[in-house]
Design a protein around this ligand. Structure first.
Ligand SMILES: [Mg+2]
Length: 164
């Protein structure tokens, strides 16, 4: 059973764009439903959920209750579930970064995509770790984990790696 591949995907900075807090459509503003998705995120997630990780793609996000509720509204408003085929019950939240490891273990995830190298450092037990478009500061502050991960800049790059 444990050869079954399961993919975990972070939300902020991987599916929902991280924008400057002063941007009109920042997720921290009242216009958060208009915060853009990362280019090709939905289409590549749909392909992965239909292909290699058939019905085994999970979203795992660390945030407090207010951002959790905004995230659920954003996913619905932007037709995430219909477009990707990933159902709402595959969305998981936690309050602490290190809790992503507990969730990932209990779900049996084998691969994870995150924009935080620190988080991937908690997920060392997984076969495939992808660091998505990180900031220079994030890499510098956690560089001991860099040998564990593959760095990707875009969803089409990630899709090509995961769906060769
Ligand atoms: Mg993130």
């Amino acid at each position: 059973m444990e050869n079954i591949e399961k993919l975990g995907v972070d939300i902020g900075g991987v599916i929902i764009a991280n924008q400057d807090v002063n941007a009109d459509t920042s997720f921290m503003s009242k216009n958060y439903l208009s915060t853009p998705a990362l280019a090709d995120a939905f289409i590549e997630l749909k392909k992965l959920n239909e292909g290699r990780f058939r019905d085994r793609v999970y979203l795992v996000s660390k945030c407090g209750p207010s951002v959790q509720s905004k995230t659920r509204k954003w996913l619905k408003h932007n037709h995430f579930y219909e477009t990707t085929g990933i159902p709402e019950d595959k969305v998981h939240f936690c309050m602490e970064r290190r809790e992503k490891a507990e969730i990932s273990l209990s779900l049996g995830l084998t691969a994870f995509v995150d924009d935080r190298l620190e988080i991937l450092g908690y997920l060392k037990h997984m076969r495939d770790l992808f660091l998505f478009n990180p900031t220079k500061e994030e890499v510098e502050a956690n560089k001991e984990h860099l040998p564990l991960v593959k760095v990707v800049r875009t969803w089409s790059e990630l899709g090509a790696l995961l769906n060769p």
